[in-house]
Design a protein around this ligand. Sequence first.
Ligand code: PLP
Length: 388
Amino acid sequence: MLETGIMMRYGFDGPRKGIWKAVELEKAICDRFGCAHAQLVSSGTAALTTAMVALGIGYGDEIILPSFTFVASFEAVLSVGAIPVFVDVDDTLTLDPEAVRKAVTKKTKCIMPVHMCGSMADMDALQKICKENNLLLLEDACQSIGGTYKGKHLGTIGDAGTFSFDFVKTITCAEGGVVLTNRKDIHVAADGYSDHGHDHKGADRGAELHPIMGYNFRISELHAAVGLAQVRKLDEFLSIQRKNHQQLKEIINQIPEISFRRIPDAGGDSCTFLSWFLPTEEIATAVIQEMKSQNIMGGNFYWYDHNWHYIRKWDHLKNSTLLNTLHPDLKAAVISQATKEFPASNKVMSRCISTAISLTWTEDQISEKGNKIVAVIKKALAAKSVSV
Ligand SMILES: Cc1ncc(COP(=O)(O)O)c(C=O)c1O
């Protein structure tokens, strides 16, 4: 590809001399994750937007999503003119199915679980709600590449799913994303939408028809080539992640007051993070302070205070601060959703710390890291008079 100089994924059929990196990566993704279709795009955010459009979600539709996610999830909802309906997360750190059930209205079109921090939502429960209410299921699996639920890859269970291949994901293209689906109609729509509506028929790009209008969310051949090299390493990355996760978990598990995130299918955790709960918010705050003062907070995340991942800090959403003007009805709906109270989520998130699992740790480094965390927790528990 560097020799032919063709960096665009479509067209230039002659000069590219049979080199189609994006097509090759799409095939590798279908084979590796067991889905019928994959549409590469320029980012995970573009993948969510493309998937929503391809699913026919638009103005006034309600999409149910969790209060703990990344801002891209609701940015995509707003970009298609739909209303983000936030609901509580439970100790899986993903959608609480009972909260979802209560949030369904006549306007609900889609449920969007976000498989946060490498692990999954309770997909059986969510699929049941979708079936009973005739709703679409879109999985934001951007953070859970390689995770599975009951033998199926996250992102391939619903009507559509998405991965992000940005720089901090399990495998990366530097920037990139993909829409996964087993439905041909969704794939055809995603394929056209992400490239100005082109129908991609024939070998003359200029003569192609545009049955729909779209945008440019294309991935480049350069990014796809990086992704191809990465997808071949996924199994190795996952097995290191799982081994390191297990070792760290065994160390922290010494403390009976600590509990761990509930994983609906334990064998399917991709183990990008170890997420653990302190008994109370007060103890969590003390642990964070002590970790900061010992300079060991790096790689540990207290999402409750995080500007990007938990609804508490999304003031731009609460005020509906956009550069473009929203229809007043949509603006009012967004503000009313974003300013709801989430006591159940707060109870979970205020006690949770997630430790990112590194591929480069040695066993000694994990022991050292784990033992330091254990010492900090014991100190905080003792200071708060909780028995250790
Ligand atoms: C849950 C979730 N959804 C969507 C995205 C967006 O992916 P990208 O950064 O590739 O646009 C991210 C990125 O961090 C994410 O964590």
